[in-house]
Design a protein around this ligand. Sequence first.
Ligand code: NAP
Ligand code: MG
Length: 403
Amino acid sequence: MDKIKMTTPLVEMDGDEMTRILWQMIKDELLIPFIDLKTEYYDLGLVHRDETNDQVTVDSALATKKYGVAVKCATITPNAARVEEYNLKSMYKSPNGTIRALLDGTVFRAPIVVKGIEPTVKTWKKPITIARHAYGDVYKASEMKIPAAGKAEIVYTDENGNETRELIHTFDGPGIVQGMHNLNGSIEAFAKSCFNYALETKQDLWFSTKDTISKKYDHTFKDIFQELFDAEYKEKFDEAGIEYFYTLIDDAVARVIRSEGGYIWACKNYDGDVMSDMVATAFGSLAMMTSVLVAPDGTTEYEAAHGTVQRHYYKHLKGEETSTNSVATIFAWTGALRKRGVLDGIDALVDFANKLEEATIETIENGTMTKDLALITTLENANAVNSQDFIKAIRETLEQKLA
Ligand code: NAP
Ligand code: MG
């Protein structure tokens, strides 16, 4: 069989620990035998980030802007313990944060649904994708403890020194205050990424805030989404046969639980933080969650939602067997390859990505899976295998499909 040819390179961001081991296995077993894999390689492993003073992370984000599509392995976000473990020159920022800031993107997280791993919520049949706004609100707030009676106000001073004031509260004893902000530009970029992603994946888009209570702050989110939708997206949504639907956050929560799934739920920063963990857990496993960063200009970076699985890596280093789930990392690759195939008009690449996803799901549904899934599956004769054998089993299923 001839290998599938690629025309534009994929930006490949390698990472750390157990996921770095899986990364290589996936390439060797599931990609290179079938594709003339063309990537521009960036080593975001912590050792190389340290050698380059983290310049490699910035370079990989700039390459993503240039080529349009990237695939990223999980990476360590250094803390004090990592600075010591790797003898780092500095406690570098989170690579995901650096990349997100440069691409100004929105993160979409979606579960990979397979038979035998049943959602806790019985009505859920299709994935629910959470789109979380990644800027501002309580994550960039100023806070103050009020020690005793007094008046707290919000003050805005324009460039000419004119002040506008709004009373927060007249305290007659101790209390607390918080001041937070957002930017119209950031909300617009968020809205654009959501509308574009809905069109690309042909799913309805839900958006929820608390605009009845927050008549200026949350209402601005609602208005920006609606204005942009009416001006630029309404016709495209009609053509695609999908809907944009706004509702209050508490109504959205109730509807989500009663729904079948199969839509994107856009959330403000805090709501998205909380709801994505709720949705991920209720779908069964963090190891079955994909994550994709989409910039307003369409630039896309695919990854797994989980971390570097440190505990398994230390077992691996001791020569012990691991059973680490590679599904989310495989789906990061298939997402990126499919996108590259669509952009470059290479049908064979799109078809390969689809078949590799099908092969992965079928392998699990036929009973071969990693330990994390074997523990929660409703399948009766589940067979828990090690990291390597799971990938080899997927390769067998894939070869049958391609034959
Ligand atoms: P983690 O890598 O997500 O793993 C936490 C635990 O979840 C594991 O010990 C394992 O449980 C289970 N798990 C996660 N992914 C799994 C998989 N694919 N297969 C099987 N089990 C899986 O989180 P962590 O160990 O707390 O973090 C390790 C490093 O990851 C940290 O340095 C952090 O900075 C980094 N991180 C990176 C990203 C990213 O790059 N996107 C995201 C989050 C964290 P058991 O041990 O019970 O088997
Ligand atoms: Mg969180």
